[in-house]
Design a protein around this ligand. Structure first.
Ligand code: FMN
Length: 381
């Protein structure tokens, strides 16, 4: 368990941080910065000894300090972080200095926490910003079916016409049933990042690497899944957690927030394809928002969100046969449109996600359906 850090430990950690930044640059200093700090009625008396060989943290008073800092611990940290202007700090009596203030200023100024990550950079592309404008028909399409019931039920039932439309244009298409594979959960050990390789402790022990390779090779990925507890089923979440290994640990600027650069840079887009049990379209809002974040982090523009609420109700209600047929036709059309234009036309989208019944009917008939299933002792639906 990580211990709650104490003030002296914070000062020691700061000196270690400064030491690394100091040793990374060529300028060398020699001198002592003495601290008389306060924190919650406690005094923190220590000094940093700066030599040609590094910065050393020492508790207590030095008899040859070059500069002395008197402040609260927080004010000193604000100064060190550049959040507190030193002149303002003195004028407002938050900081008191004595001795050679230039030494402190020059030393702190020289400790730059900078590293050149140009070789890893993965800048925002025009395709990401406007995938339709820069759309090229995908040559390799990967379809990830994340329904625990694989080909047996509703996600795959609705997915098939979409795949027919998507893959009839000549792309090479592969479908993976995620739940048939062994994908261990990320343990958060950071081996993939710390080793500098992207390799995972589970390499060779499960199927993830193979899926990752297929993902890296693809131009378009379809994430198909039933809505589970307002989100994605756990195997798909596990997949995304393991995908962290595809990135470098560095932080770069994305379209609207910070993200990591990828190890393999390729233009790729995604389609979200989801089926829910409930009928209100709002049920998808959490997962769409989650996917929006994931897709940004993964430099992966989402070109279509294909959402079919109440997929099971629609399939099992004979009174909705006309709607079912129209929706199946529209799903095939949507597949062809994604392939051709990198989007689903509004008209098609509307048919797919249409409201198929009144909410009262949905509740009443669903309740009847379930109660009959229980009465009949059915094992699946
Ligand atoms: C564990 C579990 C959680 C579910 N959570 C939701 C949910 O939060 N919202 C919803 O609308 N449907 C939910 N559903 C219903 C499924 O999305 C729906 O039945 C879907 O058609 C199942 O797809 P499948 O037949 O491919 O398994 C859930 C189903 C299961 C088994």
């Amino acid at each position: 368990m990580k211990e709650y850090p104490k003030p002296y430990e914070i000062m020691e950690l700061l000196s270690e941080n400064l030491n690394k930044a100091y040793l990374n640059q060529t300028k060398r200093f020699e001198g002592i910065i003495q601290f008389y700090l306060t924190h919650n009625d406690n005094n923190i008396v220590c000094h940093f000894k700066i030599t040609q060989n590094g910065v050393f943290f020492i508790k207590g008073i030095s008899d040859s300090a070059d500069v002395t800092v008197k402040a609260s611990l927080y004010n000193w940290l604000d100064l060190a972080a550049g959040r507190l202007n030193p002149v303002l700090g003195v004028l407002t009596r938050k900081l008191k200095f004595s001795g050679n203030i230039s030494f402190l200023k020059n030393f702190m100024g020289a400790c730059k926490f900078e590293v050149n990550i140009d070789d890893f950079d993965d800048p925002v592309t025009n395709f990401e910003k406007n995938p339709q404008k820069y759309w090229r028909k995908p040559q390799k399409i990967l379809i990830i079916n994340a329904s625990p019931r694989n080909e047996r039920r509703y996600t795959y039932f609705y997915l098939q016409p979409f795949i027919n439309g998507l893959c009839s244009g000549g792309a090479s298409c592969e479908i993976i049933h995620l739940y048939k594979l062994k994908i261990n959960r990320c343990t958060g050990c950071w081996h993939c990042w710390l080793s500098g390789t992207g390799n995972c402790i589970f390499d060779g022990k499960d199927d993830f690497k193979e899926v990752q390779q297929k993902y890296e090779d693809s131009d378009l990925v379809v994430f198909a899944f039933p809505l589970y507890t307002d989100g994605m089923p756990s195997a798909l979440k596990d997949f995304w957690e393991r995908m962290v290994s595809s990135n470098y640990p560095y932080m770069v600027k994305g379209i609207y927030k910070t993200r990591h650069p990828r190890r393999q840079k390729k233009q790729r887009a995604a389609v979200i394809f989801s089926i829910s049990g409930f009928m209100e379209i709002e049920n998808f809002s959490a997962v769409l928002s989650h996917f929006k974040q994931i897709s940004h982090n993964d430099h992966l523009p989402i070109v279509a969100e294909i959402l079919r609420p109440a997929g099971m109700y629609l399939y099992n209600n004979p009174l909705l046969y006309k709607q079912l047929n129209r929706i199946i036709e529209a799903l095939e059309k949507a597949g062809a449109e994604v392939f051709e234009f990198g989007k689903v036309l509004k008209k098609t989208q509307k048919i797919i996600s249409q409201k198929i019944d009144s909410i009262e009917n949905f509740r009443q008939r669903s309740n009847f359906f379930w109660s009959e299933k229980i009465k009949e002792g059915e094992k699946t639906y």
